[in-house]
Write a protein that binds this ligand. Structure first.
Ligand SMILES: N[C@@H](CCC(=O)N[C@@H](CS)C(=O)NCC(=O)O)C(=O)O
Length: 217
């Protein structure tokens, strides 16, 4: 049976820019599983299952329905044991939790401020109103204010990526010799601005650019 992945979209339904949904798209591809994506705008999330879902990704696999990208990855590894692993062992789950928290706390605050206005501009009107209201409240600045200071956030973002550059001096992937869910977490966060903005925010660090392009296939 084909797995369904509910995936955030812009006004153009082919515009998919959610970092969390990209993690799961990569995880499904990595495991060689058949899946289809279903485009959902911000204001359509609550209607996905008629149950008031709050976030995407949501994966539906037969009778199973799961939200939260990390829980989905754990489910896929536990259920589909034949394909390549996303974690492989208990400690990899624990370390991936650290990578998830690092990505959320060290990368996302700069990324969202650099591209919030660009995200707004690719949404349909109803979503634009929702996005502006929720993000301006959460980030305590208007989309235009964030846009005006995005070069400062890029400087901060580049210094926060030092940890990734240091790891890639030792190995090809965060997970070692092969990609794992930890790589997909960080990759998804860099794919997010690439899919919703023309702003050039990746650092000119060859190891990071090479790692990103190996995953971006
Ligand atoms: N912890 C969740 C976070 C998912 C999340 O925040 N998704 C965003 C899209 S990138 C969302 O659905 N936001 C809904 C909203 O802002 O109303 C996960 O890992 O799946």
């Amino acid at each position: 049976m084909t797995i369904k992945l509910y995936d955030l979209c812009g006004k153009d339904k082919d515009r998919r820019f959610s970092p969390y949904c990209w993690r799961i798209r990569k995880a499904l591809q990595h495991k060689g599983l058949n899946f289809e994506t279903i485009a959902v705008p911000f204001t359509g999330i609550a209607d996905i299952d008629g149950n008031g879902a709050k976030t995407v990704p949501m994966v539906v696999d037969g009778d199973i329905q799961i939200t939260d990208s990390f829980a989905i990855a754990e489910y896929l590894d536990e259920t589909y044991t034949d394909g390549p692993a996303l974690f492989g062992c208990e400690s990899a789950i624990g370390i991936s939790r650290f990578v998830e928290a690092w990505t959320y706390s060290a990368l996302h605050p700069s990324i969202v401020r650099m591209v919030a206005k660009d995200i707004h501009d690719i949404l349909e009107e109803k979503d634009q109103t929702y996005f502006r209201a929720t993000r301006e409240k959460a980030l305590k600045a208007t989309l235009e204010e964030m846009h005006a200071t995005r070069d400062q956030h890029r400087t901060q973002f580049h210094s926060n990526l030092l940890a990734l550059d240091l790891v890639l001096r030792q190995q090809h992937y965060i997970g070692g010799n092969a990609p794992s869910f930890a790589d997909f977490i960080v990759y998804g966060s860099l794919k997010w601005p690439a899919e919703c903005s023309d702003y050039d925010l990746l650092p000119q660090k060859q190891r990071i650019l090479d790692w990103y392009s190996r995953l971006d296939q």
